[in-house]
Design a protein around this ligand. Structure first.
Ligand code: CMC
Length: 430
C-alpha cells in the first residue's frame, strides 16, 4: 500500500488550496483522502448515500462490483461456498486466516459452550405480543444482552471483545429460534450441544414435544451455504451502522442490535421477505409482464424486489450460487413451488428489458434465498432473521477491527443546511 500520490484542489473563489493524498488499498480504486479539506479550504464534501465515499480502511471483505467479485479475507466466495462451512468462515472473518484443525475445534468448542440464552431472557419474550415481528424481538433481545453481560463490556479489552464475538455468534441462533417458537406458541428449546451449528439451529426451530425430529442433511447443508454467502459484505448499511454506533464506544450488543434494525429495511436485508411477498402477489408467470411494466413506471413506487445493488453492476456472485442451489434444494427436498416459475420468468423478463439492462439491475442475493428458506419450512417473517444470524459474524468482525485500529474517531458526518436563515423570535408572540 502506498499513500504517495497527491491531488491538488484549488478553490478559486476562496483563494485557498488543499493538497490531498491519494490512499491505495491492496485492491480497488485509489481514494482521495479529504480529511484536511475543511481545514484547508473551508468546504465540506457532499455525497448523499455515500456513493463515492470510503468511510474506513478494512482488511475483511473486498467487492469488485463491476466484475462481480466478492472476497472474504482474500478468498473468493465461490471457493468458500464450495469448501468451507459457516463456522470456519466466521473464524476467517474474525481472525484474518483460516483456522488449522486445533484452532477450529477450539473455536467450535467456545461457540458450542455459549449457546444458551440467559434463563431470564425467556421472561423478556413474554412481554411481546405473540404476533410481533421476529426482527423486532431479535433487535430488542440482542440489545438486552448488554444488560445480562454488563461485567464483560470493556470495549478496550481484547478478551472482552473476543468473548462478546463468541457469545453473539453462539446465541444468535438460539434467540432467533426462540423468536419463531414464541410467535407460534411452541415451548422454547434449549440448544443441543451434540449437534453442529446449523443442525442445532434447525433442531431449536422445528423440534416439537409430540414427535422426534429427523434432521434433513440437505436442509442443513443449504442453510450452512446461505449463512456463508450472507456472512459479510463490507461497508453495507447495517455494517456501517454497527461501525457508527461502535465509534461512540457503545458496547458490542448495542452496536449489533443497531445493525439488526438497519438490516430490517426492505432496501437491505428485508428484501428477502419482500421478494417472497412480491412473488406471491404476482402469483403467476402470466402476470410478470405487468409487474415489469410497473417497476419501470416512474410514477409508481413499485420496484422489483431482489433486483439491483449499490455496488454490483454485474451479476451478484452470491445470487449466481443461490440460483443454482435453489434448483438443487427444491429438487432434493421434492418441493414443487410454483413461485419458482414466477421467479424464473421475472428474471428472464428483466434481464432482457432495456430499462434493467441500461441500469445494470441484476438479481441480488435476496432474489432466490427466500424460495430456499420457504422450502426449508422457515416462515417468511423469519427470512431477515436468518440473514441477521449469518451477518452477525461480519458485523462483529468489523466492530473488532474498528476497536483494534489505532486513532479511530467518532463517526460524525456533516450536512448542507437548507433550513430558515437566522431570524428573531417575533415580539409579542406570547
Ligand atoms: N426495480 C426497479 N428499478 C430499480 C430497482 C428495482 N429493484 N433498483 C434500482 N432501480 C432504478 C432506480 O429507480 C434508478 O432509476 P433512475 O436512474 O431512472 O432514477 C436506478 O435504477 C438506480 O437506482 P438507485 O435507487 O439509485 O440505486 P441504489 O444504489 O441507491 O439502490 C438498491 C440500490 C438495492 C437499494 C435498489 O436497487 C433497490 O431498491 N432494490 C430493491 C431492493 C433490494 O432488492 N434490496 C436488496 C439489496 S442486496 C442485499 C442487501 O443489501 O442486503
Amino acid at each position: 500500500m502506498s499513500d504517495a500520490k497527491i491531488v491538488n484542489l484549488v478553490d478559486e473563489s476562496n483563494k485557498r488550496s488543499s493538497q490531498l493524498p491519494l490512499v491505495s488499498g491492496t485492491l480497488g480504486p485509489d481514494c482521495i483522502d479529504i480529511a484536511t479539506l475543511y481545514k484547508d479550504t473551508g468546504h465540506f464534501t457532499y455525497d448523499p448515500g455515500y456513493g463515492s465515499t470510503a468511510s474506513t480502511k478494512s482488511a475483511i471483505t473486498y467487492i469488485d462490483g463491476d466484475a462481480g467479485i466478492l472476497l472474504y479475507r482474500g478468498y473468493p466466495i465461490e471457493q468458500l461456498a464450495e469448501k468451507s462451512n459457516f463456522l470456519e468462515t466466521s473464524y476467517l472473518l474474525l481472525n484474518g486466516e483460516l483456522p488449522n484443525k486445533q484452532q477450529f475445534s477450539s473455536f467450535e468448542h467456545d461457540i458450542t459452550h455459549h449457546t444458551m440464552m440467559h434463563e431470564s431472557l425467556k421472561d423478556f419474550f413474554k412481554g411481546f405480543h405473540h404476533d410481533a415481528h421476529p426482527m423486532a424481538i431479535l433487535a430488542a433481545s440482542v440489545a438486552s444482552l448488554s444488560a445480562f453481560y454488563h461485567d464483560d463490556l470493556n470495549v478496550d479489552d481484547p478478551a472482552d471483545r473476543k468473548l462478546a464475538a463468541v457469545r453473539l455468534i453462539a446465541k444468535m441462533p438460539t434467540i432467533a429460534a426462540a423468536c419463531f417458537r414464541y410467535s407460534v406458541g411452541w415451548p422454547l428449546r434449549y440448544p443441543r450441544n451434540n449437534l453442529e451449528y446449523v443442525e442445532r439451529f434447525l433442531h431449536m426451530m422445528f423440534e416439537v414435544p409430540s414427535e422426534p425430529l429427523e434432521l434433513n442433511p440437505v436442509a442443513a447443508k443449504a442453510l450452512d451455504l446461505l449463512f456463508i454467502l450472507h456472512a459479510d459484505h463490507e461497508q453495507n448499511a447495517s455494517t456501517s451502522t454497527v461501525r457508527l454506533v461502535g465509534s461512540t464506544g457503545a458496547n458490542p450488543y448495542a452496536s449489533i442490535a443497531a445493525g439488526i434494525t438497519a438490516l430490517w429495511g426492505p432496501a437491505h436485508g428485508g428484501a428477502n421477505e419482500a421478494v417472497l411477498k412480491q412473488l406471491n402477489e404476482i402469483g403467476s408467470p402470466d402476470n410478470v409482464e405487468t409487474a415489469v411494466k410497473r417497476a419501470k413506471d416512474k410514477n409508481d413506487s413499485f420496484r422489483l424486489m431482489g433486483f439491483g445493488h449499490r455496488v454490483y453492476k454485474n451479476f451478484d456472485p452470491r445470487a449466481k450460487i443461490i440460483r443454482e442451489m435453489c434448483h438443487k434444494v427444491l429438487n432434493e427436498l421434492g418441493v414443487n413451488d410454483p413461485l419458482l416459475d414466477v421467479a424464473l420468468k421475472l428474471e428472464e423478463a428483466a434481464l432482457k428489458d432495456d430499462y434493467f439492462v441500461e441500469r445494470k439491475l441484476y438479481p441480488n442475493v435476496d432474489f432466490y434465498s427466500g424460495l430456499i428458506y420457504k422450502a426449508l419450512g422457515i416462515p417468511t417473517e423469519m427470512f431477515t432473521v436468518m440473514f441477521a444470524i449469518a451477518r452477525t459474524s461480519g458485523w462483529i468482525a468489523h466492530w473488532i477491527e474498528q476497536h483494534e485500529t489505532p486513532g479511530s474517531r467518532i463517526g460524525r458526518p456533516r450536512q448542507i443546511y437548507i433550513g430558515a436563515d437566522t431570524r428573531d423570535y417575533p415580539s409579542g408572540k406570547r
